[in-house]
Design a protein around this ligand. Structure first.
Ligand code: AHR
Length: 514
């Protein structure tokens, strides 16, 4: 009897210790920052099978399409919630001449896509097709101008073509190509990676060039351009400092970009998308968590030069970059997408939410068939990746009010190293509901979490969703039942404003509360 009592006390003690380690306090009455819906944005480049085959199949294709754009992909992205789409690159943007992509398709000139496989680009997908895609997606267009190899006049005329309603040579040309009204594009990138593929410039040189290009990208009518300066590569703090000091922030540019990819090993041997072990996984997650330090340090610099928080930080390329799938064109960057990638997505989205005061947009690379894609296509087939489900799950945070949270988490230990086991975000949506997303990064152990909804007396659990699988390298494939679906989740107990939830190992959960 005594022994039984001893064991049950030990059991209760272990239980208390375990649950005490993972505690989230959500300050439901303290939110003031809005999570911009544009944090959940996307990026599509003329690269591999992203545009061609991914979206664009042409009007005569046997694949069901509307005005040449495949219906299955559009339907899936609309269901997921796609607030914006950045185009046409990437490195491609700084060698793209937009006038090659307008007018009758059979008269458009071709070019070589020097960055991505050296293939011939026939320009059949251009400005009008992109704007039609955005219309179908109900997504805000983000157009990346060519500062690297184009001219100021060319960029200036593109803005006029898209946005002017006056009588002018550019609006006449647009009308002749079948579009009477201005589209009114707001988001405008002044070059891409101009420290690298966009011209190999120094920060000082780019700051001057950007100011010049910015001067001639005009506001037409009521439309106010949100100009995005090319920002740093990863931890190039000198680039950020120079642009904020010399780039005329708030006037020449309203936002500045940041690019950071999660590469498990190194750029020459990144590692397989599907064939990896726990040590690779631990490395991937550690590298992805570096985004926290990057955001904090870049934002510190921005705060010094822009204390009024007028300039947004736009992480307009991010995501995991693995080796291409065996047998595919190395220039096409086609990779599979596993539960590991889903966890990369949830962790980064949590970080963008955390820094919502400054982070005003983010664009994962690249929507269809390239890098950490939402969707993979093969002829007329389509697959929704695990990352797709994360975006679908997280759309509850779009335009929500960020609820500041305090998190106590156990570590996920591997080989004497440790990272936090839990990543989380909390927001209140416009209809008053509270949404909590939590990821358990530990692939070996479930976590018990208690959560206090401070500021509320009683909470009601409305619904939950979960993304998980038996293995970290599980993925969804053509013609197969999904290995990583999103399912409903109810393993939650609520008492007053206290919640307890058990997250299975390697899982992502969303809880909706009222
Ligand atoms: O997303 C692929 C490439 O990565 C983009 O073209 C470029 O901007 C970055 O280096």
């Amino acid at each position: 009897m005594k022994l039984k009592l001893f064991f049950s006390s030990v059991f209760i003690f272990i239980l208390l210790v375990t649950s005490a380690q993972n505690k989230i306090v959500v300050n439901t009455d303290a939110g003031k920052e809005k999570i911009s819906k544009h944090i959940y944005g996307h990026f599509s480049e003329h690269l591999g099978r992203c545009i061609y085959g991914g979206y664009w199949v042409g009007e005569d294709s046997g694949i069901p399409n509307t005005n040449g754009i495949r219906n299955d992909v559009v339907d899936a992205l609309v269901e997921m919630g796609i607030p914006n789409l950045r185009w046409p690159g990437g490195c491609f943007a700084d060698e793209y001449h937009w006038m090659d992509g307008i007018g009758p398709r059979d008269e458009r000139p071709t070019m070589i896509n020097t960055h991505w496989g050296g293939v011939t680009e026939d320009n059949s997908f251009g400005t009008h097709e992109f704007m039609e895609l955005c219309r179908q997606l109900d997504a805000e267009p983000v157009v990346n101008g060519n500062l690297g190899s184009g001219t100021v006049q060319e960029m200036s005329q593109w803005v006029e073509y898209l946005n002017s309603d006056n009588i002018s040579p550019m609006t006449d040309l647009r009308k002749a190509n079948g579009r009477d009204e201005a589209w009114g594009v707001t988001y405008w990138n002044l070059g891409n990676e101009n420290w690298g593929c966009g011209g190999n410039m120094t920060a000082e040189y780019y700051a001057n060039e950007m100011r010049r290009y910015s001067t001639y990208t005009k506001n037409y009518g009521d439309n106010r351009l949100y100009r995005i300066a090319c920002g740093p590569n990863s931890d190039d703090y000198h680039w950020m400092e120079t642009l904020m000091k010399d780039g005329n922030p708030g006037r020449s540019f309203q936002g500045i970009s940041l690019h950071y990819y999660t590469v498990t090993h190194n750029w020459s041997k990144k590692g397989s998308a599907t064939d990896f072990d726990e040590s690779d996984y631990f490395l991937t997650m550690s590298k992805t968590l570096f985004m926290d330090e990057l955001l904090r340090k870049h934002i510190n610099i921005m705060d010094r030069y822009d204390p009024q928080n007028r300039v947004g930080l736009l992480v307009d390329e991010w995501g995991s970059w693995h080796d291409v799938e065996p047998g595919t064109n190395p220039g096409f960057l086609y990779q599979q997408n596993t539960l590991r990638d889903a966890l990369v997505a949830s962790v980064n989205l949590d970080l963008f939410n955390k820094y919502a005061r400054r982070v005003k947009m983010a664009n994962i690379a690249q929507t269809v068939n390239v890098l950490q894609a939402m969707i993979l296509t093969k002829d007329d087939e389509m697959v929704k990746t695990p990352s797709y489900y994360v975006f679908k799950m997280y759309k509850v945070h779009q335009n929500g009010t960020l609820l500041p949270s305090e998190v106590e988490t156990e570590g996920y230990e591997y080989n004497n190293n440790s990272i936090p086991a839990i990543s989380t975000s909390a927001s209140r949506s416009e209809d008053g509901k509270i949404h909590l997303t939590i990821s358990n990064l530990n692939p070996n152990k479930q976590v018990n979490i208690t959560c206090e909804l401070r500021g509320m007396e009683n909470a009601t659990f409305e619904r939950g969703e979960i993304i998980t699988a038996g293995e970290l390298n599980a993925y969804n494939d053509f013609g197969m039942e999904e290995e990583v679906p999103m399912k409903s989740f109810n393993d939650v107990k609520v008492k007053g404003n206290q919640l307890s939830v058990t997250l299975p190992s390697k899982s992502i959960v969303m809880l909706e509360l009222n």
